[in-house]
Design a protein around this ligand. Structure first.
Ligand code: S3P
Length: 426
């Protein structure tokens, strides 16, 4: 991808559907009785991997652009796939599906791409094993490929060492097969889309702060799902609108679930002009339009309980920090090291190439803003959010930027480049 600096960004944009919610709509639709319909589905490669896996397990799924119809067969309707399930680059597919597969009466193996095969799976293997699941890492090192064999699951009261919606959801899904009550306590609350959507499908999941309780149910029931626009994709345009001069953007129908909206708080704290307009609730998920205007940003400290609510947005927050006056410190974000890439290392190495003052710390990064940012030849390391963050950094740089391996953007935002072009006024 080649990016030239721009003079201003103007217009209205509806970014594609939320990735986390799109995955869940397929999984829960497959496990529900009856026909589930989805609108606003994200057609990114990760969510298409989820569709492919459930098709392999005998679920009829029709997908035409962002509209999906799933013929759910109930909790016990999946059938043994003919070959290994491949989640591609998608951690959500691997970890949530492992919870579901632990409760099936057939044996299955799951794998994914080179990045997924380096990401920790012991964080789900451990609690699922405590639930009596027969799940193991095929090479015995806590990494995928995983093998899951049939077993009789039992409930768990799990105190999670990490605020991870993928871990929490994996346990909630496995609990559907225990006929009993399980609880998950997190150090701080992670995104709660599973809890909200499971209840929308007739489950009984209670949320008390960072404690979630899953009560026994007999069936899930098909429903209609409207997927909000993904705040993690909107984040790129929030930062772009703030750092490019004379900009004025409206981002439509963005999911602003409080477990996901940390970036709005941080950018406002940095003096960003972001107005949240017309708040409403769809399928239990809060959404709003966001009005973004160019702003003179200042540095800030991002730490503590807010981190899980903006974990995927930290790469682009680092870009905002580079365009801000003063120093920004990001702490308590060690989880960044186990994302699609080690996002502390990849962002620090590539932003440095753009003449940005940025240093890695043990659990985050320190960015000193205000330097003249230089266009450069940079690398995505096949990490979609790194690629898009670098594209945003390039918009206000001096000179041209070339981003290698930008094809990975299709994992979460296939229309990123054309959406960006539609707002550019050179
Ligand atoms: C996700 C949870 C988060 C997030 C990922 C999607 C989900 O991961 O980073 O992009 O859909 O549950 P963790 O559960 O590892 O924090």
């Amino acid at each position: 991808m080649h990016i030239q600096p721009v003079k201003q960004l103007k217009g209205t944009l509806k970014v594609p559907g939320d990735k986390s919610i799109s995955h869940r709509s397929i999984m829960f639709g497959a496990l529900a009785k009856g026909t589930t319909t989805v609108e606003g589905f994200l057609t990114g490669e990760d969510c298409l991997s989820t569709i492919a896996c459930f098709r392999q397990m005998g679920i009829h799924i029709e997908q035409v652009q962002d509209k999906v119809t799933i013929q759910g067969k109930g909790l016990y309707g999946l059938t043994k796939p003919n070959s290994i399930l491949d989640v591609g680059n998608s951690g959500t597919t691997m970890r949530l599906m492992s919870g579901i597969l632990s409760g099936q009466s057939f044996e299955v193996n799951i794998t994914g791409d080179a990045s997924i095969r380096k990401r920790p799976m012991d964080r789900i293997i451990r609690p699922l094993t405590s639930m009596n699941a027969n799940i193991s890492s095929l090479s015995g090192n806590g990494l995928a490929p995983l093998s899951i064999k049939p077993s009789l699951l039992k409930p768990i009261d799990y105190i999670s060492p990490v605020a991870s919606a993928q871990v929490k959801s994996s346990i909630l899904l496995a609990n559907l097969y225990t006929g009993s009550t399980s609880t998950v306590k997190e150090p701080t609350l992670s995104r709660n889309h599973s809890e909200i959507m499971l209840n929308h499908f007739g489950a009984h999941v209670e949320i008390n702060g960072s404690l979630v309780t899953s009560h026994p149910i007999k069936e899930l029931f098909a429903n209609h799902v409207v997927v909000p626009s993904d705040i993690s994709s909107a984040a790129f345009f929030m930062v772009a609108g703030l750092i490019c001069p004379n900009s004025d953007l409206i981002l439509k129908d963005v999911g602003i679930n409080p477990t996901r909206d940390g970036i709005i708080h941080v950018l406002k704290e940095m003096n960003g002009s972001i107005e949240v307009i017309d708040k409403r609730v769809v399928n239990g998920e809060p959404i709003a339009d966001l009005h973004i205007k160019s702003s003179k940003l200042k540095g800030t400290i991002v730490e503590g309980d807010i981190i899980p609510t903006l974990i995927d947005e930290i790469p682009v927050i680092a870009v905002a920090a580079a365009y801000a006056e003063g120093t920004t410190i990001i702490k308590d974000a060690g989880e960044l090291k186990v994302k699609e890439t080690n996002r502390i290392d990849t962002m620090v190495s590539e932003l440095k190439k753009m003449n940005i003052h940025i240093e890695a710390t043990a659990d985050g990064m320190i960015i000193v803003g205000g330097n003249r940012i230089q266009g450069a030849h940079v690398q995505s390391y096949d990490d979609h959010r790194v690629a898009m963050s670098l594209a945003i950094a390039a918009l206000g740089a001096n000179g041209h930027t070339r981003i290698e391996n930008s094809g990975c953007i299709a994992i979460s935002y296939p229309t990123f480049e054309s959406d960006l072009s539609s707002l550019i006024h050179i």
